[in-house]
Design a protein around this ligand. Structure first.
Ligand code: UD1
Length: 419
C-alpha cells in the first residue's frame, strides 16, 4: 500500500556480492574459515550447497549471520548446472578450484535476466596463468600443470567477476602476477583483505593494478564481510522517494559517494554518522541524470531504483546504462504503475509524474524487484509484485525491515492470491 513515509533506522548486513566470493575464496585454504555479517539470503544458501557438493562442511551459526566453511584436503572440482544455473556468481569457484585441484569444471552460468554476461576475460586471464580452458557440453573445463604460473594480464574492462577469478587463481600461482585495469569495487577490496589475512601477498589493493606474489599455501581465517552498499543505497533512495527520514546503520557512505551526491542533487539531506548515514527528504525529488559506470562511478545495481525515483520526480532525467543492456527491461513493469519512461539503446528518458498508481507487476531480477518495491511504496493504492523470490536472492529480511520503517507491506504466498 503506497503512501507511507519511511522513518526510523535500518541495519545493513554484509554484501551479497562480497560474501559469495569470500565463500569461494575459503576453498583456497584447508581447514575452517569463518565469515561474519553474512546476509540471510537465498544466494548464500545456493553457494553453501555448491561448497558442500565440492566436499566442504558449511555451518550456519544463528540465522545466517556467521558461516563456517570447513575445507578438506581433497576437493571435488565440478560445479553442476542445477546450482550454477540458479546463480551466476557460482562461476567464482572456477579460480580457487583450479588453483587448489589443478582442474575445474563449472557449468556455464545463468542467473539474473540482465543481458548477456560474457566470461571471455575470465578465460583469457586464466590462459595467461598457464591454464587450458575449454567449453564442452555446457561446462567450462579448466586444467593446469601442477600449479598455475604468474603472468601479466590486462583486462579490456574492469570486470568485477574476472578480477575476482584471476585474483583467486593467482594468489597461489608460482611467481608474480600483475593484473591491470582491474575492478576497484569495495567488494574487491574485501576479498583482497581476506586473502591477505590468509597469507596472500597482494599490492595495489583498491587501485587499477594488482601485483600478486604467489605463495605456497593459505591458512583459514575469521573475516567480517563488508557491508552491502547496494542494500544501503536502496534504503537511501526509498527514504528520498517517500519523503522519509531513515538512518542506515552499519554502512560506509564513502562506498556510495556518487549515489548519495545524486540524492543530494535530488533535494535530500544526507548526513554522515559514526556507523552509517541518515537521509531526510521533505519535498518532491528533483529529476537527476545518472550514468552507470564501474566503481567509483554510479553503480548499475542502483539504476532501477533511481529510475523509480526519477519516475516521480519533478522534471525529466536521462539515465544511461553502460554495463548490462537488458537492465531496462523492468521499465515495462514500471510503466504499468503509470511511469513515463522511454528507452533507446542504453539510454532511458524518464519524465517524472506527480503520481503513480498501484498495479500488479513482475520482478525480473533482484534490482528490478527493488525498484518496483520502491515505486509501490509511493504509488496510490496497492501494488502487487510477483516474483519476489528474486528479492530473496539479495535482500535479507526485506519485508520485516520495510515494516519496521513504517511501510504497509505484506508478503503473500502466490497460491493464496487466487483464493
Ligand atoms: C558483479 C555483480 C553485479 C554488478 C556487477 C557490476 C556479483 C555477484 N555481481 O557482476 O551485481 O552489477 O558486478 O558492478 O558480484 N564482461 C565481459 N566479459 C567478461 C566479464 C564481464 O564481457 O569476461 C562484461 C559483462 O557482460 C558486463 C560487464 O562486463 O557487461 C560487467 O561485468 P562484471 O563487472 O564482470 O559483473 P559481474 O561480476 O558479472
Amino acid at each position: 500500500m503506497g503512501g507511507q513515509r519511511l522513518h526510523g533506522s535500518v541495519r545493513v548486513t554484509g554484501a551479497k556480492n562480497s560474501v559469495l566470493k569470500l565463500m569461494a575464496a575459503a576453498l583456497l585454504a584447508q581447514g575452517t574459515t569463518t565469515l561474519t555479517e553474512v546476509p540471510d539470503i537465498l544466494d548464500v544458501e545456493i553457494m553453501a550447497e555448491l561448497l558442500r557438493r565440492l566436499g566442504c562442511g558449511v555451518d550456519h551459526d544463528g540465522p545466517g549471520r556467521r558461516v563456517s566453511i570447513t575445507v578438506p584436503k581433497t576437493l571435488a572440482h565440478r560445479a553442476d548446472y542445477d546450482l550454477v544455473r540458479r546463480m551466476r556468481a557460482s562461476i567464482c569457484v572456477l579460480g580457487p578450484l583450479l588453483a587448489r585441484c589443478g582442474a575445474a569444471e563449472v557449468a556455464l552460468p545463468g542467473g539474473d535476466n540482465i543481458g548477456s554476461r560474457g566470461l571471455d576475460m575470465h578465460i583469457l586471464g586464466l590462459q595467461k596463468l598457464g591454464a587450458e580452458v575449454n567449453n564442452e557440453h555446457g561446462y567450462l573445463i579448466a586444467t593446469c600443470q601442477q600449479r598455475l604460473t604468474g603472468g601479466s594480464i590486462w583486462l579490456d574492462f574492469p570486470s568485477v567477476g574476472a578480477t575476482e577469478t584471476l585474483l583467486m587463481a593467482a594468489v597461489t600461482a608460482s611467481g608474480v602476477t600483475v593484473i591491470e585495469n582491474v575492478a576497484r569495487e569495495p567488494e574487491i577490496v574485501d576479498i583482497c583483505a581476506l586473502l591477505i589475512n590468509m597469507g596472500a601477498v597482494i599490492d595495489g589493493v583498491g587501485t587499477s593494478t594488482l601485483r600478486i606474489e604467489g605463495v605456497d599455501h593459505l591458512d583459514p581465517v575469521v573475516h567480517r564481510t563488508v557491508s552491502d552498499r547496494i542494500v544501503a543505497g536502496t534504503w537511501a533512495i526509498a527514504a528520498a522517494m517517500t519523503l522519509g527520514d531513515v538512518t542506515i546503520l552499519n554502512s560506509d557512505p564513502m562506498h556510495l559517494q556518487v549515489a548519495l551526491d545524486k540524492l543530494v542533487d535530488a533535494g535530500a539531506q544526507v548526513s554522515v554518522l559514526p556507523d552509517g548515514f541518515r537521509v531526510i527528504m521533505d519535498k518532491r525529488p528533483l529529476a537527476v541524470d545518472v550514468v552507470t559506470l564501474p566503481y567509483p562511478g554510479f553503480p548499475t545495481d542502483l539504476q532501477p531504483q533511481f529510475i523509480a525515483l526519477n519516475s516521480i520526480a519533478n522534471g525529466a532525467a536521462l539515465v544511461t546504462e553502460n554495463l548490462f543492456e537488458a537492465r531496462f527491461r523492468f521499465v515495462q513493469e514500471l510503466a504499468r504503475l503509470g511511469a513515463d519512461v522511454r528507452t533507446d539503446g542504453h539510454h532511458a528518458l524518464v519524465r517524472g509524474r506527480a503520481h503513480l498508481s498501484g498495479a500488479p507487476v513482475e520482478a525480473t531480477d533482484i534490482r528490478a524487484g527493488a525498484g518496483l518495491v520502491l515505486a509501490g511504496l509511493v504509488a496510490d493504492g496497492t501494488t502487487t509484485i510477483y516474483g519476489v523470490s528474486h528479492l530473496d536472492r539479495g535482500y535479507s529480511d526485506f519485508v520485516p525491515a520495510l515494516l519496521g520503517l513504517g511501510a504497509h507491506v505484506d508478503r503473500i504466498e502466490a497460491d493464496s492470491l487466487f483464493t
